[in-house]
Design a protein around this ligand. Structure first.
Ligand code: ADE
Length: 281
């Protein structure tokens, strides 16, 4: 996938692009990110990109006769013009569904505004997909563009180490619930312990605990996410239950139980580390 970022401040992206997953993905050729300084399209001696708004008012407006030629030229830099996204607080909200939609594209141009925004004729001529990352105002579209790149790149095959991890992320098409609570060593810290069920090695019980933890958390924090989803999950559960052969009794897996089933040694974080780093478990 190819991103072209059109900005007055390309330097903002440099640190971000040269670290971690993004750096690896770019080096492996799974992702291309091209930065374009829109000021290169200013054609006067003062490099003017903005001007005072007609009708008065605060701030400056990005000029249509600079921005449109810039976008049109960058569109010719690859075989296809790509999808033009304008980052603006007035856009449609960026949700995981929108991220999934963007991840289908071969090429995305990210147009970052500054100051009071763009002359409205930029929108009329270029008809961008206007996207907002939230109901707050940033100093410009750069941070929002980085959010788009970051969220979309996770869905591109070969970018994340574990292909499944993006599918189970909160809000993803495989899971519209918030993620369950996660724990790793130590088993006890300041008197707080890890839920015993996670140490039980009983995968069925662990899965059930995870699902109920996700639902409780989503209901408490983001009930809006459950619209329609909860019913769907309940139906899926009913279907599963019908298929599941009846068991005599679920094993007791609470902390008080004397017969707590331990996870197989190979499934504990200690064991994973021990194999990798030879630490004492
Ligand atoms: N530019 C300024 N604020 C923004 C926001 N909330 N989302 C996208 N672009 C922006």
């Amino acid at each position: 996938m190819r991103f072209d970022v059109l900005t007055l401040f390309p330097g903002i992206f440099e640190g971000y692009l040269s670290e971690s997953l993004l750096k690896d993905a770019i080096e492996r050729g799974a992702l291309e990110v091209h930065l374009h300084n829109m000021r290169d399209w200013a054609n006067d001696k003062h490099n003017t990109m903005d001007d005072r708004p007609f009708g008065g008012g605060p701030g400056m407006v990005l000029k249509v006769d600079r921005i449109v030629p810039c976008v049109e030229e960058v569109q010719t830099y690859a075989e296809r013009p790509g999808r033009l996204v304008m980052l603006t607080p007035q856009g449609r909200p960026l949700t995981q569904r929108v991220v999934e939609e963007l991840a289908q594209e071969e090429r995305i141009l990210l147009l970052c505004g500054r100051y009071e925004g763009f002359d409205q004729r930029v929108v009329e001529i270029l008809q961008p997909d206007e996207i907002s990352i939230g109901d707050y105002v940033l100093n410009g579209g750069e941070v929002a563009a980085a959010v788009v790149i970051d969220s979309v790149m996770r869905l591109i095959p070969g970018v994340l180490g574990d292909e499944n991890s993006a599918v189970v992320d909160s809000f993803s098409s495989g899971n519209r619930l918030l993620e369950e609570d996660q724990y790793t060593r130590p088993r006890e810290y300041r008197g707080l312990t890890v839920p015993e069920i996670l140490l039980s090695g009983d995968h069925g019980a662990i899965e059930r605990w995870r699902l109920s933890n996700r639902r409780e958390k989503t209901l408490a924090r983001r009930p809006d996410l459950l619209d329609g989803e909860e019913t769907k999950i309940d139906e899926d559960e009913k279907k599963k239950k019908k298929k599941r052969p009846k068991k005599a009794k679920e094993p007791e897996l609470v902390a008080e139980s004397e017969n707590v089933v331990e996870a197989k040694p190979s499934e504990t974080p200690e064991a994973a580390d021990a194999t990798e780093n030879n630490v004492d478990v």
